[in-house]
Design a protein around this ligand. Structure first.
Ligand code: NDP
Ligand code: 8X3
Length: 254
């Protein structure tokens, strides 16, 4: 089987869990992220365990030229066999009220979550178009459906992802390309450690008193959506921990 899934942000969390699950099911992988050492470790493990081909591309999705040259540099035989693009790389930085916003935090979120997703999509879509099929997954969030205190710019970027998923669906429908927006609630990955700039105690506290989603839960959902019959598309899925009713309402035990 020569089909490939192209995953951004495969060094951690949802991206890594998806890489593992698709490899388990015989998919070849194109794994991207900034942390080369992690990419190599995952490649070695998955190639050995599942006898699949793993291509690694180390780049920052904010760097338009790096995105384009990484995709251009892949062998044509691999590019032509990309069936799924998982636009997953993303982050929140800070949780300040709007008047205390830090420009660098804002730029990191806008440049990664919106512009990075756009650069990757534009570079890869021509290969899906040629095949007249394919599936793009965009990692949105409950923060792309609702807003919450201190979520301002992160929520805005995920609302943008929601809008881009709808827009891509319209632009690409004539090529048979499916587009799915995945909108999880609280999931315990490296997300909060990044958001709170390495403050592990504050990050851990976010998940106290309830059972958060795990990366595997999201990977399993993506795999389910990806394996529906050709004529079926799941456009949009909101996936929450059972103890989370909305972006801000939790049932927490002390
Ligand atoms: P993690 O922090 O565990 O993983 C984020 C991944 O994104 C890493 O592999 C990281 O790789 C990559 N990444 C971040 N910035 C860049 C960049 N500039 N260039 C390339 N890769 C980058 O978080 P999650 O797995 O939780 O998050 C994945 C996605 O899901 C994000 O878009 C997030 O917003 C979204 N999400 C998360 C939720 C949660 O509660 N965890 C809920 C809803 C949505 P590296 O550092 O190696 O570059
Ligand atoms: C991550 C979930 O609720 O922290 O997108 O925004 S939340």
């Amino acid at each position: 089987m020569e089909k490939y899934i192209f995953i951004t942000g495969a060094t951690s969390g949802f991206g890594e869990a998806s890489a593992r699950l698709f490899a388990e099911n015989g998919w070849n992988l194109i794994l991207t992220g900034r942390r080369e050492e992690r990419l190599q470790k995952i490649k070695q493990e998955l190639e050995k365990t599942h006898a699949v081909s793993v291509t690694t591309l180390c780049f920052d999705v904010r760097d338009e030229k790096a995105v384009n040259s990484a995709v251009e540099g892949m062998p044509i035989a691999i590019k032509q066999n990309i069936e799924i693009v998982l636009n997953n790389a993303g982050l929140a930085v800070g949780r300040n009220s709007i008047e205390d916003g830090i420009t660098d935090d804002w730029n990191r979120m806008v440049d990664t979550n919106i512009k990075g997703l756009l650069y990757v999509t534009r570079a890869v879509v021509p290969y899906l178009k040629e095949n007249k099929k394919g599936h793009i997954f965009n990692l949105g969030s409950i923060a792309g459906k609702e807003v919450y205190a201190g979520g301002n710019v992160y929520c805005a970027t995920k609302h943008a992802v929601d809008a881009l998923s709808k827009a891509m669906r319209i632009d690409l429908v004539e090529y048979g390309i499916k587009v799915t927006n995945i909108a999880p609630g609280a999931a315990e990955t490296e997300f909060s450690i990044v958001r709170f700039k390495g403050d592990v105690a504050t990050a851990k506290n976010i998940y106290q008193g309830f059972e958060p989603l795990q990366a595997k839960d999201i990977a399993e959902t993506i795999y389910f959506v990806a394996t529906r019959p050709g004529h079926v598309t799941i456009n949009d899925l909101t996936i929450m921990p059972t103890a989370q009713a909305s972006a801000t309402v939790f049932s927490k035990k002390s």
